[in-house]
Design a protein around this ligand. Structure first.
Ligand code: AMP
Length: 331
């Protein structure tokens, strides 16, 4: 098989994936024999549920900077949706996704791509493979009987109203890691709790994958890009801005905590109390909030009194039938 010029390879079955992965292992071995190990001679994974937008494509662009081989998985994972959630209506747009990926590759790589197998020299380009299983059984065979679960981190924040969600995420991510054996996997900070949960799984289970966090990509008006934004009517789209705007207001209150008290700024403890009071006021007035919290950005604990701590302001907001999440990290 040869790499197509500036075009991703599309595969839809696990059998094809395993076959390709073996070829890549062989290719990497040959390259390292010829040239020694090179940082780019690695495999990146960008796990997605498709309906790609600039947020996803930014993850891909980051991976393109680093790896010889990049897998972008497109799989709407039923295990991470609750029974009353939007699994059935989740947008599935593979043809459009493939076009966007190919456009991103052609803009972000050199005009020539190395031969996929048997290349006799190394070039600064990547081979991109779209793994888009067309049936759930490709990932979870009928006799699949295992769940991978992180405990305490998944009981808070989004986990309160979506009790099985993160177990679905860690189970599919673990399986993708086992199938693809990537060197690094790219996740968006948009799903802040998800990244912390995946990092915990990787650390606890000693999985040899580097987790790379990519900042949130937003629309011009500040709304974080999300495939679920497609569900919003014009009025709902306007109401959805409550989410980023409220996070920004809390950020402003909290930022006072790092300002010098001799200049009249409030102390850390006072700023945090003010922010927490503000949150109480907001959520008591607007029942669309699923949660709105300030937590320690490193361990997601609610104890945020220490001055040196990095904080995350995170929230989930319901607009009609759509639930949106967002966050701001304060360093
Ligand atoms: P999804 O397809 O929604 O499961 O998202 C796949 C990956 O893209 C996850 O790691 C998300 O955090 C990331 N992602 C989604 N939206 C954004 C965004 N607006 N900015 C950055 N990353 C994002």
């Amino acid at each position: 098989m040869t790499g197509v010029k500036n075009k991703a390879i599309l595969i839809t079955t696990t059998e094809e994936l395993l076959d390709l992965r073996e070829k890549i292992a062989h290719e990497l071995l040959e390259k390292s024999k010829l040239h020694g190990c090179h940082e780019r001679q690695t495999i990146g994974l960008v796990p997605t549920m498709g309906n790609l937008h600039e947020g996803h494509l930014t993850l891909l662009r980051e991976a393109l900077k680093k790896h010889d081989y990049i897998f972008i998985s497109i799989f709407v994972n039923p295990k991470q949706f609750g029974p009353q959630e939007d699994f059935d209506r989740y947008p599935r747009t593979l043809i459009q996704d493939e076009l966007l990926i190919n456009k991103t590759i052609s803009i972000n790589t050199n005009s020539t791509i190395s031969e996929f197998v048997g290349s006799s020299f190394f070039k600064d380009t990547s081979i991109v493979i779209i793994f888009a299983p067309q049936s759930v059984q490709e990932i979870f065979p009928l006799d699949f009987d295992t769940e991978v679960a992180v405990n305490s981190l998944t009981k808070i924040m989004c986990g309160k109203s979506r009790p099985h969600h993160f177990q679905g995420v860690t189970t599919v991510v673990y399986r993708l890691f086992a199938l693809i054996r990537p060197t690094a996997a790219y996740f968006g900070q948009k799903d802040y709790q998800q990244v912390q949960v995946v990092k915990r799984m990787v650390s606890d289970l000693l999985i040899p994958v580097k987790i790379v966090e990519v900042p949130i990509i937003r629309d011009e008006d500040g709304l974080a890009l999300s495939s679920r934004n497609n569900f919003l009517s014009k009025e709902e789209r306007a109401l959805a801005l409550t989410l980023p705007r409220t996070l920004q207001k809390i950020q402003k209150i909290l930022q006072k905590r790092v300002e010098n008290s001799t200049t009249g700024a409030v102390t850390s403890a006072t700023a945090i109390t003010m922010a927490l009071n503000f949150i109480q006021e907001i959520i008591s007035k607007d029942t669309n909030w699923d949660y709105l919290e300030i937590r320690d950005a490193d361990n997601l604990l609610a104890n945020i009194s220490g001055e040196s701590k990095r904080l995350v302001i995170a929230g989930a907001y319901r607009v009609g039938c759509t639930r949106l999440i967002d966050n701001i990290v304060l360093n």
